[in-house]
Design a protein around this ligand. Structure first.
Ligand SMILES: [Zn+2]
Length: 203
């Protein structure tokens, strides 16, 4: 891994820029799985900074690493502060996996500098977990639908609507940019259960 020397050839391919490049090395470097900040780490309680250059190689590298980290941990979303980068970037990537067997499948959505424009008045409680808070789940009330605006990795501004589980993931990750975790949204601590109990209920 030559993490400091990666160069992008296309959005999906990293070309090794190691000293052996001139001798014909074509090794493609892999994204790095990063350490996930655990509840108690101050980075999870800070406010993330706006990304000034969404289309930069630095942001692309961060997002590649976040995707790898999220996939390895069976997450359905991850926010940059969770990998110790206090920037307004997160990924929403609902898909069925061992942690969320009933999650709908979608293409990962990279969200930069998000704004929540509108939220449904209707609120629903649903189970959430967090890669930064392992071992427990909470039943969190969230609006059933959101209209949001954000930038893509190409720097374009898009406006979209999400509902149900995907809206829930979006709002959970968006909270991470404001130093908020799902525990802060619970109506009562009685809505917390262990991961083991959650898995038993899903089986
Ligand atoms: Zn989380």
């Amino acid at each position: 891994m030559y993490a400091g020397f990666r160069r992008r050839r296309s959005p999906f391919e990293w070309v090794c820029a190691c000293p052996y490049l001139s001798t014909g090395c074509t090794e493609i470097t892999m994204a790095q799985v990063r350490q996930i900040a655990q509840l108690g780490q101050p980075v999870l309680r800070g406010v993330a900074s706006r990304v000034s250059l969404p289309a930069s190689d630095e942001v692309r590298t961060l997002v590649d690493d976040m995707l790898a980290t999220m996939r390895e941990a069976n997450g359905v979303g991850i926010a940059a502060p969770q990998v110790f980068e206090p920037l307004a970037v997160f990924i929403v990537a609902s898909r069925p996996n061992p942690r969320y067997p009933n999650a709908p499948l979608m293409e990962p959505e990279v969200v930069v500098n998000p704004e929540v424009m509108e939220q449904a008045e209707a609120v629903e409680k649903g189970w959430e977990g967090c890669l930064s808070i392992p071992g427990i789940r909470g039943e969190v009330p969230r609006p059933t639908q959101v209209r949001v605006r954000y930038q893509t990795l190409e720097g374009a501004t898009v406006e979209k609507e999400f509902d149900g589980f995907v809206a829930r993931v979006f709002l959970h990750e968006n909270d991470h940019l404001h130093g908020i975790v799902f525990l802060d949204r619970l109506e009562t601590t009685r809505d917390i259960i262990t991961e083991k109990e959650f898995q038993a209920r899903m089986a």
